[in-house]
Design a binder for this molecule. Structure first.
Ligand SMILES: Cc1ncc(COP(=O)(O)O)c(C=O)c1O
Length: 389
């Protein structure tokens, strides 16, 4: 199978722009994410086409809107849940417990017991204590060991915090077995927003070495969880999702052969391009008459949905009614009193020079990691609202 790159992600296809058309045609009391459900389904099908026999477990942390979960249940998706609440949301949407995996490596014991009681049987772990918790509260469960990924080309890397070293992975499998758990596989996360599929190659090399060592040590692993990392379109070219997923699976097959169960956990790429945030300009100012950069303050910031602008990692695209006018650089900030609430300063954003307080601004491809990141009311600013179209 040879994957060809089909150009840009279909971020500007007819249905992608439906959220934009709706957002532009309406006014909103507060910052609002307009989400196009058909676009989520389109993205699911595009990824599925490339993933082949790998089963999608949507990482619901990216956007747990009940409407998204129900639509994905209807399409046959599985789900990667991080907590009891997320498991309950999947069940409420009609997901079978056998389609839900508990992928957080840091779980509350009561959440493990809940998962076990409703029939969830697949758990992630990367430490001895976690295995002990699982053995106590979900006896006999299947566990996969999450591995550390040390190199990442991702815009939003997930290195260091999660996973165990290669040597320790084998020791954890032996411990799992001694605790009467079933060590069935390995997982990893290549890093969120990994735009180039070839970045997966060195990571997969490392995982395959552990996979082979585990088999040599007598562990009959049959589950490979390749995690998330599939990119969304934020302005830089990315492959079409089908081509991207097919390329990743080529790399997987070349190293692992025919693994009985392969799971993929896309989050961002499933929902980002389905959403557009409608927001408002609150103030345009200069610190002094000769200040090179304007400061533009919006009614949405780091604490009301745009947390992924931390370190300017994820760079959103903006649209206004004045985009045909002359543009100039500005520092973009949120409305709250916290001076950390600056979205882009190191690399200023180009916005129309005529932009004024009270005007509308739209933020493209914001369907992932926004709604649930919003604080409940810092400074009295309400959390991000959601409208489904
Ligand atoms: C265990 C796990 N799987 C999948 C994902 C989804 O990753 P992405 O949004 O990059 O697809 C995450 C994101 O944090 C995760 O922690």
């Amino acid at each position: 199978m040879t994957a060809t790159f089909l150009g840009l992600s279909p971020a500007h296809s007819a249905s992608a722009s439906r959220a934009e058309a709706y957002a532009r045609a309406h006014t909103f009391e507060r910052p609002t994410l307009v989400l196009d459900l058909d676009r989520v389904a389109q993205q699911y099908l595009a990824l599925e086409a490339g993933l082949g026999n790998a089963h999608i477990h949507y990482a619901i942390k990216a956007n747990p809107a009940p409407e998204i979960l129900s639509r994905l249940v209807a399409l046959g998706s599985g789900f990667d849940a991080a907590s009891r609440v997320e498991i309950q949301m999947c069940l409420d949407a009609g997901a079978a417990p056998s389609h839900i995996s508990f992928g957080n490596t840091v779980k509350k014991p009561s959440d493990i017991a809940f998962a076990h009681s409703v029939g969830v049987d697949v758990f992630a772990a990367d430490a001895s204590e976690e295995l002990e918790k699982i053995a106590q509260h979900a006896p006999g469960a299947q566990v996969y060991i999450r591995l550390l990924v040390d190199a990442s080309g991702a815009d939003w890397p997930l290195t260091r915090k999660f996973g165990t070293t290669r040597d320790n992975a084998l020791a954890l499998m032996a411990e799992a077995r001694a605790l009467d758990l079933r060590p069935v596989g390995l997982s990893f996360h290549v890093g969120s927003q990994t735009r180039d599929p070839m970045m997966w190659a060195p990571v997969l090399d490392g995982i395959a070495a552990v996979w082979d060592a585990a088999h040599d040590a007598g562990f009959a692993l049959d589950l490979l969880n390749i995690g998330g990392g599939f990119p969304a379109f934020y302005g830089d070219d990315i492959p079409h999702p089908t081509a991207y997923a097919a390329r990743v699976m080529e790399l997987v097959h070349a190293r692992f052969g025919d693994v009985p169960r392969v799971m993929a956990e896309p989050g961002r790429s499933m929902v980002a391009e389905a959403g557009m945030i409608a927001a408002e300009v609150l103030l345009v100012s200069r610190k002094s008459p000769d200040d090179l950069h304007r400061w533009v303050y919006l009614d949405i910031g780091k604490f009301s949905g745009l947390a992924e602008t931390m370190d300017e990692a994820i760079r959103y695209q903006f649209a206004t009614d004045r985009d045909h006018e002359a543009m100039g650089p500005c520092i973009l900030a949120g409305p709250s009193c916290d001076s950390a609430d600056v979205l882009y300063e190191k690399r200023p954003v180009a916005l129309p020079l005529g932009l004024k307080s009270g005007e509308r601004i739209w933020i493209r491809n914001c369907g992932a990691y926004t709604t649930t990141y919003a604080s409940i009311g810092f400074n009295g600013f309400p959390p991000l609202d959601v409208v489904i179209v």
